[in-house]
Write a protein that binds this ligand. Structure first.
Ligand SMILES: [Zn+2]
Length: 146
């Protein structure tokens, strides 16, 4: 396997134990935000603390991205000939928040509200040194297909 680098260390950390998402929690009202930001979206407070989010959750809503998104901001492959559809969804991280992200499953028949999902990474493209630039995605937990 080739070396992987995170698309952004401020959002996604690649650890020996797997990928971790970095968010922030408001010390005043307990609100979680992702990606991390300096102000709270709920109470407008500014005492935000960096937190590592949970790596498992449940699928809440999703759609299938069937054509290349606009680039920029999209950094992956946008060539229509090689583009592969992928799922995009919201995963509820228990006690924290809903995270929007790519899904490894692109077949809507294999996705079900409330199914358990876990955090993984998917390659987006190569950098100049031939390393895989990866972003985060959610993958159905095995044995839980609908
Ligand atoms: Zn707050």
């Amino acid at each position: 396997m080739s070396e992987a680098v995170s698309i952004s260390d401020e959002v996604l950390e690649l650890t020996a134990d797997g990928p971790r998402l970095i968010g922030a929690r408001c010390e005043d009202c307990g609100n979680y935000v992702f990606p991390a930001q300096s102000g709270c979206s709920r109470c407008t407070g500014s005492r935000m603390q960096r937190v590592v989010l949970g790596t498992q959750g449940t699928l809440w809503a999703w759609t299938i991205q069937g054509f290349p998104p606009k680039s920029p901001p999209y950094l992956g492959d946008t060539a229509r000939e090689t583009f592969k559809p992928y799922g995009v969804g919201y995963v509820t991280i228990p006690g924290e928040l809903k995270v929007e992200g790519r899904l490894t499953e692109a077949d809507p028949k294999r996705l079900k509200e409330g199914m358990r999902m876990r955090l993984v990474t998917v390659p987006l493209r190569k950098d100049d040194n031939g390393r895989d630039i990866v972003t985060f995605a959610f993958e159905p937990v095995e044995g839980e297909s609908p």
